[in-house]
Structure formats: C-alpha cells, structure tokens
Design a protein. Structure first.
Ligand code: C5P
Length: 402
C-alpha cells in the first residue's frame, strides 16, 4: 500500500456532499487512499462517522484541535497527499481559495499545500454563472487548479442549468487520469530554452529584451510533470527554477547554444527563449569610459540561431523540434514561412502586438502550425499553453509508439 496514491478529499457544504461517499468508495476500489477534511458546512450534510467508515481513516475538521495537531499537523496533512480534491466545492470555498484565506482547516490546507489541487464545483446555477464566481474560476485556473465539472442538469433547488456536481465516476476518472499523466513522457528527454539573452557590451553593460521567461519555464515544468527527463537552458530571469528540472543558467546566445548542444541527445526540443538577434562584435574587456570621444558606436553581428541549429538534420537532431514565432501581424502566414525557414517540426505562433498584452503578461493566444495542421487555441494562461503543449507532445510520441 506504500506506493498507493493518496488523495486529501475536502468535503465542503452543499447538498451534493453525500456524493463524496461514493467518490471515496470508488477511489479506494482503484487502490487510491483517501483521507478527508470536512468543513463546518459539509458537516451539515454528511457526518464525520460515515466519511471515516468509508475512507477507513480519521476525518479532520478542526483547525485549532490540539489532538489533531499533535497527531497530524495541518501542514503535514496538506503535503502528505499526492492530490488535494475539493468535492463538492461550494461558491464560498472557491472564493476563499481565490483570496488565499485560511480561516478553517480546509482553506489552511489548500493554502499550505505544495501539491496539485482539483476542484469539483457544485452550486445553484445563478451562483455558478455569477461574474464573481466566474472571475474566481478564471483566477484559480490561471494558477493551475484543475477542474472537473460542473455538469448541466436539474438541481436540488428546483432550477436547471450548469452547477451540478460532476458524477462520482467522472470525478474518479479525472483523478485517475491525473495520476496516469505523470508517466506519459517517462523515458523521453526534453530540452527547453527560456528567457532573454544578455549580450555584453562591456563587463557591466549588456543588450537585452523584455522576455520574462514565463512561457519557457512553464513548458519545462509541464514536460517534467508528464515524466520527461527535462533540461531547461535559461537566460537571466527572475523566476524560480521549475521543480524536477535540470536547469542550466546562461547569459548570452553563444552560451545558450553551447549548453543546448551539451544537453543532446534529446527526444524533443522546445525553443521558447527570446534570443537576441545580434551581439556586439567585439565586447570590451574593461568598462567603457565616458571619455571626450562621445558615445561609442557599437558594431553588431548576428547571433547563432539556436532553433535552426537544433533542427538541422543529423544523428543528434531531436525527433520533435518546436519553435515559437512572436508576430505582430499576419501571424499565421509569417509563422508558416518561419517553420520552413528554420526547419523545425512545429511552430507555436503568438500575437505579440501591443494590444494583445502577451509580452510579459500571463496569457497567450496560440496557433500551432505543423507540416499538415494549423490549429488555433483559445486564449489561455501561459501555464495552460504549457500544459496543452506537453499534452500534444505526449500524444505525438504515443502515436509514434503505436
Ligand atoms: O527568428 P525569430 O526570433 O522570430 O524566431 C523565433 C524562434 O526561434 C523562437 O523559437 C526562438 O526561441 C528561436 N530562436 C533561437 N535562436 C535565435 C533566434 C530565435 O533559438 N538566435
């Protein structure tokens, strides 16, 4: 049982709380261990005794319980599980999660956790469609919270519409799929470039761009989350290193290319870095002085194109080479030409015109262009783009294996 996956199930107050018993039963049938937190509202609909009997474990409810804290501190409770599942999730708990409140054991565990969180909302249709709930939903999604449901149908309150808790079987399938997803890229190696590059003018000055590295870092994390052995070659950013990813920090395009070549062989390469097109032909060894001669004139020379270099045919070429195309106009036309020019397999084209808010922002609108397809993805967060891309990469390699 030690390798069994563990779910911390948070049951919040709602008429659908009784369905959590069925969720627990079916999770346990699939060998998934379940421990429960029951909110004060949840306890109005289902008893700790029934949750405890079905889960085969103690049920936690009090934030300030001396006995509970002595046995299992709330921080450990939130980290002991592989997944936190909130089912049913009321409008209230979604709002508290969005705000980062920690005013009971459930929200404290949700705030303290370092594990993925899945939410199965359940509420009246008006509460679900209310702009406040929809805004909360959007922020939680952008933070990477996973959602299952709600479904559309008759409600206990007599109304009809979206807001019904997803069926226990759907919730359990989503949990199972989540646990399986961790191994879809197992055995494959991934190389990702991210961030800007800094091209030295002298030891203290450099030419750079405004790339944040958010998209590249999220891609490295998403590939690692699917089990790929991932190397991230990152230019200077203020982002933390992704988890379970080998990170090589570089400054210039030349260093980035060398680190990439050093990381081969790789099955997939994703070039998301905003590599400077030019470098200073002869960077000064000493700091340039503000002399009488006036401002220095800098002669620029082209940087290596890392994407094109990785996509060159050869024994070391990754089987799937993916680049980005940031365009301000004629996005698809320009990106299609770029795919051919660079020799890569896929291009993710995004609109970075001033009005799109993509550069440095949290969202991206992507078109995936390959030799035989051109798809437009809905506008989504950079984390979601990363998850979608990792998913597509997994499907690509699975179809090759089949
Ligand atoms: O040519 P352009 O900069 O528009 O191409 C963008 C794509 O090429 C991105 O995937 C970027 O990471 C990659 N690139 C690169 N090395 C360069 C320039 C761009 O890898 N020197």
């Amino acid at each position: 049982m030690s390798n069994a996956k563990r779910v911390l199930l948070i049951v919040s107050g709602g008429i659908a709380a009784y369905k959590s018993l069925e969720v627990i039963r079916r999770l346990r049938e699939r060998g998934i261990a379940v421990r429960c937190i029951l909110t004060a509202g949840g306890a109005q609909f289902v008893t700790p005794l029934s949750l405890s009997a079905i889960s085969g474990d103690k049920v936690y409810g009090e934030l300030f319980s001396l006995t509970d804290e002595a046995e299992m501190g709330h921080i450990q409770l939130s980290r002991d599980a592989d997944l936190l599942l909130v089912a049913p999730a009321t409008a209230d708990i979604l709002a508290r999660m969005t705000q980062g409140l920690a005013n009971d054991l459930a929200t404290t565990a949700l705030l303290a956790t370092d594990k993925p969180v899945m939410v199965a909302p359940s509420m009246n249709v008006r509460m679900w469609t209310h702009p406040a709930t929809q805004a909360n939903l959007a922020s939680l999604k952008a933070r990477g919270t996973l959602f299952v449901g709600p479904n559309e149908g008759d409600m206990a309150c007599g109304e009809y519409g979206p807001g019904r808790l997803a069926e226990p079987e759907e919730i359990v399938t989503a949990v199972e799929r989540f646990f399986q997803s961790g191994s879809r890229l197992e055995g494959l190696r991934a190389l990702v470039t991210s961030g800007p590059t800094h091209e030295a003018i002298d030891p203290v000055r450099y030419i750079a761009n405004r790339s944040s590295g958010k998209q590249g870092h999220a891609i490295a994390q998403a590939l690692a989350d699917l089990g790929a052995d991932t190397t991230l070659v990152s230019g200077p950013t203020s982002l933390p290193d992704p988890e379970r990813v080998r990170v090589k920090h570089v400054r210039s395009a030349e260093e980035m290319l060398a680190a990439c070549l050093d990381s081969l062989p790789s099955d997939v390469a994703v070039c998301a870095a905003a590599v400077a097109d030019w470098k200073v032909a002869a960077a000064a060894n000493q700091k340039l002085k503000k002399g009488d001669e006036g401002p220095p004139s800098l002669t620029l020379t082209a940087n290596p194109d890392i994407l094109a270099r990785l996509a060159e045919p050869g024994a070391q070429r990754p089987r799937l080479v993916i680049g980005f195309a940031a365009e301000t106009e004629k996005v698809i036309e320009h990106a299609t030409a770029k795919r051919q020019r660079k020799g890569c397999d896929w291009i993710l084209a995004n609109d970075v015109s001033a009005e799109s808010g993509t550069f440095g922002g949290d969202d991206n609108s992507i078109h995936l262009i390959s030799a035989d397809a051109n798809e437009s993805w809905p506008r989504m967060s950079k984390r979601q783009v990363a998850a979608c891309l990792a998913e597509r990469v997994a499907t690509h390699f699975e179809s090759r294996r089949a």
